[in-house]
Design a protein around this ligand. Sequence first.
Ligand SMILES: *Cc1c(COP(=O)(O)O)cnc(C)c1O
Ligand SMILES: [Zn+2]
Length: 413
Amino acid sequence: MEKIKGLRCRECGRASPAAPHHVCEFCFGPLEVDYHYENLQRIVTRARIEAGPPSIWRYKDLLPIDGEVTLGHHVGFTPIIRSRNLAEEWGLKELWIKNDSVCHPTWSFKDRVVSVAVIKAQEFGFDTVACASTGNLANSVAAHAAEARLRSYIFIPADLEQGKIVGTLIYNPTLVAVEGNYDEVNRLCSEVADKYHWAFVNISIRPFYSEGSKTYGFEIFEQLGWRAPKHIVIPCAGGSLLAKVWKALKEWKALGLIEDAGTRIHAAQALGCGPIVTAIKHKTDVLVPVRPNTIAKSLAIGNPADGYYAVKAVKESGGWAEHASDEEVLEGMELLARTEGIFTETAGGVTVAATKKLIEQGIIPRDESVVLSITGMGAKTQEALSGRLPETMTIRPSLAAFDQALAEWKTKH
Ligand SMILES: *Cc1c(COP(=O)(O)O)cnc(C)c1O
Ligand SMILES: [Zn+2]
């Protein structure tokens, strides 16, 4: 079955072949993968998906890969958890946590996009992959390049968290720390991509890469029993995950896999870098780039590549948006850990904090189903919590020492 039609410009609609390009030759609009939906209509069924492997590859028919899955065999199919404690704390009837902090192999949703992109880079015949990253992408590209035995060049802002740097270097890539913010790293990478024949996963082969994000949505719908929730709150950096969950919803409705549930998609960003949320709140689709200043470094993109499309998706769905201050981000991380036993990174704290505000404002009614998008792992952003954690009870190795320390502890707590 032929499934990939080619690329299509999101602005002028002109078609072009499936090649490592990302902008339209005619209008410079962004390109998107287009499928032969009439063929997919005939073969994609719930039963066929359910018979697939417990990974994103159960949705391979809807991903832009021609041949076999050559790497990243265990990516995705992360748990969706029915929240009891946080739901009770917020007075919600039905709250779910889609937990990509345990996505294999590098503990963030970026494994979804990178595994697709690296297989596609192999299909195109590249021997080198590269990326401009806010951290999680760096980890994932380095890991998947190692598995694929490809060279990798990873560009990051020099001030990233130690966990993200170590979690990249362990795979032995060439790590380039750029003294600047993400937007400056990204601009440099566009020039590098023009000069060197490397597959920049989130630049030169971005149309293929971003399709991997759809699987986050597919899993939510399948795991909820082939149904879409009323609300999904999604953290935004470049805006691709949000825009693609919306595309996932539209695809599955068109293929008859789920019913229309009137799902509203809400955007979450940090106050110190929230151009997408600001545009939504101001009811405009004109994004004003900002200079990032937030502890949520994985979301710190001041000029988001898919920002316009994220705003459009939120608007089309009837959703809304909220910012979270750094203090609220930390409280969000602590709240999720205290209530659900899930340690998420700063980006997850942004989602928790924004969701809380949307509930308090009545934008998310307490009797409607809500999915919280937890996209990354807390152990990678430990420095954000320094000075906030409870003290440790330190003792000599004897029962008497413990008895005494326990008595003192109890008087204090
Ligand atoms: C990259 C990232 C996002 C947002 O991704 P975009 O598709 O660029 O909007 C969300 N959460 C985490 C943890 C990320 O690393
Ligand atoms: Zn065009």
